[in-house]
Write a protein that binds this ligand. Structure first.
Ligand code: HEC
Length: 219
């Protein structure tokens, strides 16, 4: 029995040890985003199209799915995200020609469909906000991915937006990418509340039933 418990303890402690050994990483800022905020998702989709799709795709998503999930109709999604050049059934591809990323930036920009799942929403938020001007070289670098080949594409936004609007815009983009990483989360959240409400009702009913059963029993 004692051995059983020590193995159990080990199993419970193991993930902590594995995660803790992940090397030194700068602190991530919290995105504080909300998938329930449809306006934020819509703003995020437009920002993603304007600032990111020149290089990145989210090719596991189709335009019509995005429209349905974030509250647009079919015409709106292609107008807002592709300036009318894509069809609603198309996957969300980058506008960059194949090979150009490698040639110009030295690296092909990755597809971002699963990036939020891979690295987390806070990482994306912090990565976007992590560009710092290197005083010696006069070039931008990113504190989360040093020597990155991604340019600081939000430089103008950072310079000209009010700080709180800049925060909100980067949060909207991270929010949109979290949604893209797991579209079913939106429905799951919806369903979650219903399940909880149902269970709560069930508790009350069960309690009343118990009282009813034991009413005439002396105890
Ligand atoms: C000019 C092209 C370009 C644009 C525009 C661009 N990116 Fe990138 N991005 C890249 C490249 C190239 C990489 C690969 C960087 C590397 O591995 O060094 C990258 C990598 C990334 C990564 C992965 C970072 C990691 O840790 O591996 C994320 C997340 C990302 N981009 C988000 C965005 C978002 C969000 C936008 C829009 C606001 C955007 N990018 C706009 C070129 C671009």
């Amino acid at each position: 029995m004692k051995r059983f418990f020590s193995i159990l303890t080990l199993l419970i402690a193991l993930p902590g040890v594995v995660f803790a050994s992940g090397g030194h990483q700068p602190e991530l800022e919290k995105a504080n985003n909300s998938l329930a905020d449809k306006d934020s998702l819509q703003r995020g989709a437009v920002l993603f199209s304007n600032y990111c799709m020149a290089c990145h795709s989210v090719k596991y998503m189709r335009y019509n799915r995005i429209a349905r999930d974030i509250g647009w109709d079919d015409d709106t999604v292609v107008a807002k995200m592709s300036k009318g050049t894509a069809r609603v059934v198309d996957n969300v591809e980058t506008r960059m020609m194949p090979g150009v990323g490698q040639q110009v930036l030295g690296k092909t920009p990755p597809d971002l469909s699963l990036m939020a799942r891979l690295r987390g929403t806070d990482y994306i938020y912090s990565f976007l906000r992590g560009f710092e001007l290197d005083e010696t070289t006069g070039e931008w670098d990113n504190k989360l991915l040093q020597g990155t080949s991604m340019p600081h594409v939000l430089e103008n936004m950072q310079r000209h937006f009010k700080p709180e609007d800049y925060v909100q815009s980067t949060r909207d983009i991270a929010n949109f990418l979290e949604y893209v990483g797991e579209p079913a989360k939106l429905q799951r959240y919806d369903l979650g509340w219903k399940v909880l409400a149902f269970l709560f009702l069930l508790i009350i009913l069960t309690y009343l039933l118990k009282k009813e059963y034991w009413r005439d029993v002396k105890h």
